[in-house]
Design a protein around this ligand. Sequence first.
Ligand code: UFG
Length: 333
Amino acid sequence: MNLLVTGGAGYIGSHTVRRLLGAGHRVTVLDNLSSGHPEALPPGATLERVDLLDLEAVREVFGRVKPDGLVHFAALIEVGESMRAPARYYRNNVVGSLNLLQANAETVKAPVVFSSTAAVYGDAESTPIPEDAPKGPTSVYGETKLMTEQMLNAFERSHGVRHVKLRYFNVCGAEPGGQIGEDHPNKTHLIELALLTALGQREKMMIFGEDYPTPDGTCIRDYIHVVDLADAHVLAVQALADGGDSATYNVGLGHGFSVRQVLDAVDEVITADGLPPLTREVAPRRAGDPPSLVADSRRIKEDLGWTPHFTDLREIIRTAWEWHRQHPHGFAK
Ligand code: UFG
């Protein structure tokens, strides 16, 4: 297919672009490069440096590229920042998505694969969480993703644009080989921070809360490898190309690890390389963190035949470690 991939220069986007090219698709990346890295793009992808808030520029790209499929990643993604700067998040994520959907509806009406999040569930009543669990985002970030999901429903009703919503759990790891990986302007993710601490860029790891109602008192998350997540996008694109109906899928491994278990696994990986284990310190809870988020991912397995290949936490961390060790300062020269 002739795909337009927004946010394709970002962490998940760039891993997915590689897989889409590998599956034989043509890829145009639309990215404002506010947090993405052109260096993360493989040679086969064409980059259009465009901001989704510029509706005229987005229309121009649709007129020229005439995509027959969209994969929409571009968004601001930090939960904490979204609470401090809600207007920026609503404008960028909701209005940006609206412009994309509008330009699409006015022209090619291509089906859309959308990058959604477990944050739409908020404090889950029980885990694993199925797709039809009650929604109640606890952050502005989660609200912007839920609002975009609702816009997708409206554009299907009014313009017949089909979509697949993929709700990611905690994405981590890197393409094996260490060529590309996670490099956000602000580092907040547990595994990335732990590995940068191992590289001596930070003094110690903070554990945000050890009084949660979980077996060891720390938060539990479902850690899904970015390459397995990229594969889920390839399958979703294909399902829509084959005429499939709109659908919503959780993408996670289906079992959770606590913060302490993740740090233990990081210690195993780095000590095998002769480094000392991380220094840890317990800190207060971080606002907005639900105790436990684990995916019920049976639907995507049954419908699309998706199978995660990275199921061992140490193996997942090893791929991220490969990237960070080879690129201690990310994509910066
Ligand atoms: N944590 C620490 N210390 C750190 C960093 C994180 O203890 O230095 C803890 C957090 O409190 C949390 C867990 O590690 O309990 C995971 O935190 P991350 O920041 O790595 O990930 P989140 O679960 O907060 O966020 C992820 C995605 C979001 C998405 C969210 C859905 O990054 O985009 O899942 O809930 F919205």
